[in-house]
Design a protein. Sequence first.
Length: 153
Amino acid sequence: MALSPFPQERQGFPAIRTSFVGRVTEREDLTSLIQGRESRLINVVGPGGVGKTRLILRVLEEMPDDDSDGVIYVSLAVVRSADYVAAAILQALRVPEPASGATITSIVETLGSSDVLLVLDNIEHVTAAAPLLIHILDRCPNVRFLITSRVRL
């Protein structure tokens, strides 16, 4: 494992307050996709309130720690413009926003070749940020995204 600025932890995850029952097939499928590492962008799609966030949190909670550089949770529920998605990612990475406004460059430099799973929750109202995700995937070869949304990205 390469040296990384990220501790082997799950940063920023909301607390799970209730038990989780069922969805065995969905949990197994999602676990397989995440652990398989062939898919660098996984989009969990469904109507509001069906438990997309609960499902991914449960799957990630059940997964054993591996040799990756960690899992970082980014809530986009309060982000109202695609222009602020980069800032939300930087905040989750615990990196100050650069004074120059080069947030995308800062994200790419911070992530570099790190093996990080970025969880972007509730991206449906900022889907215009999709080019940012593609940019990160193109420049950071080991970064993967797990995204929840009401619409396909």
